[in-house]
Design a protein around this ligand. Structure first.
Ligand code: LLP
Length: 421
């Protein structure tokens, strides 16, 4: 459920017409709904009721501090994957003891930053990382709490670029070697082993791979406990999928996911963490763009928008589908026509959709790309010297620009010219 609905013929974010924001901030822009963000967080949080748990929002999905603060005030922890994300979470007011540090290549500097600033736990992904963590913790004079990310060799049945739980993927340590690596960790003076971490992929639309992975984690918990390790926390990762094509997709319900967690690992008495990104942010955001031209091609019409692949890379990168809807509600019964919907960037890959059925549109009409709250703004770039587009947060009838569009001067003046030129 989200809060982007037509009212009196105009698409709104909560109580604010999108056309009003467009008139003020210009297009393209991202807009997020506070009520939707909170609703998704709460549904997941409630799905784990009855278990000691913390929902750690995977802030890579959408990391504007206003979004982080909204979720942190509701009780969310954060999952970070870089020093930058760690500092951003702290700047948004998230306490260190609610920040989990994931990622396959944490540097000594990043580790130092988190150990001195405060951290809930590191999810360690390799032996060399463990050695660096042990050394830096010794230098800082603290004991670092760790889980070890295991790779359960489970097929997440999602797009190859976002599957992480197969043995050929770079993530975690092979589950078959877990006992050996846990023994190594236990022998390190400055580490405290507290649990196990697993994350098998993103946009999972079937619960079966989660079930397989969590069963393996449950078995491993018992094995490691028998080896004498304290396993009191399980980080079960993120990855629950969302409906992108609203007309024909029905991914698993958070409640069923929660029940699955209780069924597979509930008996172990561990504290549970999950790291959802997309499920919280995905359907909480839209990208709004204006039609620049309608161009007649050979046997097809192109809708040329002012938004492009640099603003929203998912269709080009993952062949991802996003529903694209007109901001003015089409009259009932209006005949739809097919368009290739493209941006102005000089690549054929800058195509959002081919032969998409839409009501007839004209220059200056606005469209909204649905489900772009996750992995939208955060993956944007300035390719073609196009400014990063603004982000706007709506709450009821209020809205605020939470990241403004940079000026061309700001962009151009970041370059510096060497003396010899
Ligand atoms: N935890 C870890 C360790 C992760 O690597 C990820 C996502 C998450 C949690 C959150 O997964 P989520 O709940 O959002 O599925 N850019 C891609 C998605 C990349 C996901 C990377 N890791 C996309 O646009 O589909």
């Amino acid at each position: 459920m989200d809060h982007f609905l037509y009212r009196d013929g105009a698409l709104h974010a909560e109580d604010v017409p999108l056309a009003q924001i467009a008139a003020e901030v210009g297009t393209p822009f991202y807009v997020y709904s506070t009520a939707t963000l909170l609703r998704h967080f709460e549904v997941l949080d409630e799905a784990l009721n009855g278990m000691d748990h913390l929902v750690c929002y995977a802030m890579k999905a959408a990391s504007n501090q206003a979004i982080l603060k909204t979720l942190a005030q509701a009780g969310a922890g954060m999952d970070v994957v870089s020093g930058g994300e760690y500092l951003r979470a702290k700047a948004a007011g998230v306490p260190g003891d609610k920040i989990v540090f994931s990622g396959v290549g944490k540097t000594a500097d990043e580790i130092h930053m988190a150990l001195t600033g405060g951290i809930r736990q590191f999810n360690v992904e390799s032996e060399p990382e463990m050695e660096v963590l042990n050394r830096v913790a010794g230098e800082v004079g603290v004991i670092a709490p760790i889980t070890i990310r295991v790779n359960p060799d489970v097929d997440a049945k999602t797009h190859a670029k976002i599957a992480t739980g197969k043995s050929e993927n770079k993530f975690g340590i092979p589950i078959a070697r877990a006992r050996e690596v846990y023994a190594m960790a236990a022998a390190m003076a400055n580490l405290e082993v507290i649990g196990i971490d697993v994350h098998i992929g993103s946009q999972l639309t079937d619960l079966a791979p989660f079930e397989l992975a969590y069963q393996k984690v449950a078995e491993l918990t018992e094995t490691l406990r028998a080896d004498g390790h304290t396993i009191r926390r399980l980080d079960l990762g993120g990855g629950l999928g969302i409906p992108y094509a609203r007309s024909n997709e029905a991914p698993p319900l958070p409640k069923d996911y929660g029940d699955l967690i209780k069924r597979t690992v509930g008996h172990l008495g561990c504290e549970i963490e999950i790291e959802p990104g997309r499920l919280i942010a995905g359907n909480s955001g839209c990208m709004v763009s204006e039609v620049i031209y309608v161009k007649s091609g050979e046997g097809r019409d192109f809708l040329i928008l002012d938004g492009a692949m640099n603003d929203l890379i998912r269709p080009a990168m993952y062949e991802a589908h996003h529903d694209i809807v007109p901001v003015i509600e089409p009259a009932p019964g209006v005949e739809q026509v097919p368009y290739d919907i493209v941006g102005p960037v000089c690549e054929s890959g800058d195509t959002f959709a081919k032969q998409r059925m839409m009501p007839p549109l004209a220059a200056k009409d606005l469209v909204a790309f649905r489900s772009t709250g996750a992995y939208g703004a955060v993956m944007s770039s300035e390719y073609n010297t196009r400014p990063l587009i603004p982000e706007v947060l709506v709450k009821g009838d209020q809205y605020a620009v939470i990241r403004r569009r940079p000026t061309f001067d700001e962009m151009i003046n970041r370059d510096s010219i060497p003396e010899w030129l």
